[in-house]
Design a protein around this ligand. Structure first.
Ligand SMILES: [Zn+2]
Length: 176
């Protein structure tokens, strides 16, 4: 475990440990999994060493869960749909939930939390793209073609499952 990577020295230690056969877990502050690639390369890690050492990158955020005792189906305004990047015409039949608050949740409407996440798996194709220092947009596109679920989509799935609200995910994930 390497606490947090925020300088070239720590980045080198983490990558060297992984290259010499250790399973290394570390954290980096970044907006999403793709920014992690740039962070490491900007810290002077050789792309070849980086892709050889890396198995996968996961980004995650915590969202509060709606209280199961008082949650109920609720209308979502057209404005909120638009602010959330959802076309009102496409989502008019989507059921959303909200919770007014009760004794069980101390009047907050929320009880417990869950993680929403995205996972970038290092396929040969993506390794090659990092080696060639391809733009993030291209790597993102390749990951999408390989079936990756992005952070925002994962957050929306949690909303559509009735577990949390659009306002809640809008606080921790960006509209794409
Ligand atoms: Zn409640």
């Amino acid at each position: 475990m390497v606490g947090e990577v925020r300088d070239p020295e720590t980045a080198q230690i983490a990558v060297q440990s992984a290259l010499t056969g250790h399973l290394v877990f570390t954290t980096v502050h970044a907006n999403n999994v793709f920014d992690v690639i740039g962070r490491f390369l900007h810290m002077g890690v050789e792309p070849y060493n980086f892709v050889s050492a890396l198995n996968c990158v996961m980004a995650q955020r915590l969202v509060r869960l709606l209280c199961r005792s008082c949650r109920h189906p609720a209308e979502v305004s057209e404005t909120l749909l638009r602010e959330s990047g959802l076309d009102p015409d496409l989502y008019q039949d989507q059921v959303f939930h909200d919770a007014p608050g009760c004794e069980e949740c101390g009047g907050t409407g929320f009880r417990g939390r869950t993680a929403v996440a995205e996972l970038l798996d290092m396929s040969d194709r993506i390794r090659q793209m990092i080696l060639e220092r391809r733009p993030t947009a291209e790597i993102k596109q390749a990951a999408r073609e390989e079936g990756m679920t992005f952070l925002r989509e994962s957050a929306l799935e949690t909303v559509f499952a009735g577990a949390t609200t659009l306002r809640e995910i809008n606080k921790v994930t960006f509209v794409q």
